[in-house]
Design a protein. Structure first.
Length: 87
């Protein structure tokens, strides 16, 4: 009877230890995944900031191009008036 109880005890102890080992492995995997998620999140934040600066630069260039286009149109009108005056 003692041998049976001792065998059951060691089986239960083995299952408990095995479960603890598996739980520790899962916990370590979760920590590693969380670290990867944090790295990706940090990279995403950097990319978002870079994207915002690029968008601001594009808007600035749009304004400059618009100003140049208006200047060209003014010069074209002046050229037309000059050509009419010379004709």
């Amino acid at each position: 009877m003692k041998k049976v109880l001792l065998g059951v005890f060691f089986c239960i102890l083995g299952v408990f230890i095995f479960s603890l080992i598996k739980l520790k492995g899962i916990t370590n995997d979760n920590i590693a995944l969380q670290n990867e998620i944090d790295k990706i999140s940090a990279n995403s934040s950097v990319l978002e900031e870079d994207n915002k600066s690029k968008e601001a630069e594009i808007e600035k260039l749009k304004v400059e191009v618009k100003d140049k286009l208006e200047e060209i149109q003014i010069w074209e009108k002046a050229k037309e008036k000059l050509n009419k005056a010379l004709s």
